[in-house]
Design a protein around this ligand. Structure first.
Ligand SMILES: [Zn+2]
Length: 356
């Protein structure tokens, strides 16, 4: 029997539906548990009927106005990036900022961790999701990796890295201009710590590592496994922590600072493919995080992983997709089943794999 458990519990409930003359209606709610952390997500197939309440289409007029208004005073556009973004002291970053192609890394003016960088990704003020080409993402992640290694040389306690993306205000971004934010900290932040602890416990219990076991089991089942690109395995999450969650797991390494150039290129290609897929589903806003643990801190079983989710679209009376269920019960609602998502996503990865 597999050590990885994909638990689903069904709950039936009955209600009298006013739109069907108060006739009796039985709903089945399917509750899923994440195989590593036990985190809950719920699926009610009937919610598909209500999906327009959750995800209306983007209002193009509103979007254009947002892009135009925000471009007027954007500190990431043109010369403004030189004039208006902070620099690191030269004993940490000799030039003050790190540049790779169009990517520019600099400190966040309002840090929320020991090292909190912002990485401006593109010259363009706005990108459609299909315009996040792999090279744009790769330059950003390469700049992040350069900074990680400078920090490692400077500070032995800096062990936990999260490279994060918020795109557009439904995802929490204050600026439209495409960018990443990276935290490097001596203590892992909550979710990161839960992942580390759970990987350690799994290893202590089974004497094998969780992620290799997960990949093996997901490949065997074939329902959520999407593709392998270089050292990365791509799959949809059994119990997602956000809408349309896709994850990538590095087969061997935990430390983003030590990944090879081809590892970063393959990761960027995959992110670009997922974003193009989200665009095909009608989405524009997203978050992702890449979680990393410094090799020297030796956290058994941990792997460098990426989690990416789509967020609410932009329209005047849009409703935030984080409500009590997510924020306070820390559980998630499934709109598209992970297994259905994987079927469609495979088409977006086929091209990348065949094209190298
Ligand atoms: Zn801009």
């Amino acid at each position: 029997m597999s050590k990885i458990r994909f638990e689903i519990s069904d709950t039936d409930l009955t209600l009298l539906n006013p739109f069907r003359d108060f006739s009796e209606e039985v709903h089945t709610v399917k509750v899923r548990k994440d195989p590593l952390l036990g985190d809950i997500s719920v699926y009610n197939p009937r919610l598909k009927d209500k999906v327009k309440f959750f995800f209306g289409d983007c209002d193009i007029g509103l979007l254009e106005k947002l892009i135009e208004d925000s471009a007027k005073n954007c500190i990431f556009c043109g010369d403004m990036i030189e004039k208006s973004t902070p620099r690191y002291p030269s004993n940490l970053v000799s030039e003050g900022r790190i540049k790779k192609g169009e990517a520019v890394l600099f400190p966040n003016l309002f840090p929320i961790g020991s090292y909190h960088s912002v990485i401006r990704l593109s010259d363009a003020h706005f990108l459609k999701l299909s315009e996040f080409r792999p090279g744009i993402i790769e330059n950003g992640i390469m700049a992040a990796q350069t900074f990680i290694n400078l920090v490692y040389n400077h500070d032995p306690s800096a062990s936990f890295v999260a490279v994060n993306a918020n795109y557009l205000f439904p995802a929490g971004a204050t600026l439209v201009h495409p960018h990443l934010q990276m935290l490097i900290t001596p203590i892992p932040y909550s979710y990161h710590e839960r992942l580390i602890r759970a990987n350690r416990s799994y290893y202590e219990k089974h004497s094998t590592e969780f992620y290799p076991d997960l990949i093996e089991e997901e490949k065997r089942k074939g329902e959520r496994y999407v593709a392998q690109m270089g050292g990365w395995h791509w799959l949809t999450a059994f119990s997602p922590m956000g809408n349309n969650e896709v994850m990538a797991v590095h087969e061997e390494k935990s430390d983003l600072g030590l990944l090879s150039k081809s590892d970063l290129a393959d990761l960027s290609k995959g992110i670009s493919s997922v974003l193009a897929f989200y665009e095909s589903l009608g989405h524009l806003s997203f978050n992702y995080s890449i979680f990393s643990v410094r090799r020297a801190s030796s956290q058994k079983g941990f792997r460098c992983i990426l989690k990416i989710i789509s967020r609410q679209n932009l329209y005047p009376n849009y409703r935030n997709d984080d409500y009590f269920l997510q924020k306070l019960l820390q559980s998630e609602l499934i709109i598209n089943l992970p297994e259905d998502l994987a079927v469609e996503l495979r088409g977006f990865f086929k091209h990348d794999i065949q094209g190298g």
